[in-house]
Design a protein around this ligand. Structure first.
Ligand code: ZN
Ligand code: ZN
Length: 168
């Protein structure tokens, strides 16, 4: 599959393209990849952004192929893409947010509760703490999710501090 990514954390190699993996998943459940499903999987796996279902629907409707995208199909397909391991779903302040996960490195998020910005980071220290905690419980970790909530630098400077004046 052509690499169109400018994902900030880079990407990891995967054996199947997202569409192939989705087709496999659907086949195992006796379903077929319809044209709408294919269009949605191509669309979400070509970019790495955080989006909700309504944003995706609006985006799709702006594309020539997606003009007729239906809301029920988009919601149903999002659920299938999560189950297939292609998308990751996070609930932030009661809102379901999705991101392309397949072929993208493990990472965690800082979520600004004021402006809803999501900042991605990956930390080896967190991974080693995770593995140490897991080992203490005779557990082998395969993944984790960490969302740090708070205020981003922007919101902190506009909300909590007087604006800095240039000093002479
Ligand atoms: Zn903010
Ligand atoms: Zn992310």
């Amino acid at each position: 599959m052509a690499s169109t990514s400018d994902f900030s954390l880079g990407k990891v190699d995967v054996a199947l393209s997202p569409r192939e993996r989705f087709e496999e998943f659907l086949q195992a459940r006796g379903k077929r990849i319809t044209r709408q499903r294919r269009m949605i999987v191509e669309h979400v796996s070509a970019r790495h952004e955080h989006f909700d279902a309504e944003q995706l629907l609006a985006d799709l409707r702006n594309t020539p192929d997606g003009a007729a995208a239906s809301r029920p199909t988009v919601y149903r397909t999002l659920g299938e893409l999560v189950d297939a391991g292609l998308l990751r779903k996070m609930v932030l302040g009661g809102r379901a947010v999705y991101e392309h996960d397949y072929g993208y490195p493990q990472h965690d998020h800082l979520h600004c509760t004021a402006c809803q910005t999501l900042i991605e980071f990956s930390s080896d220290e967190i991974v080693s703490i995770r593995d140490a905690v897991a080992a203490r419980h005779q557990f082998r970790a395969q993944g984790h999710r960490l969302i740090i909530t708070g205020l981003c630098a922007n919101c902190r400077s506009t909300r909590n501090r007087p604006r800095h004046q240039d000093r002479i």
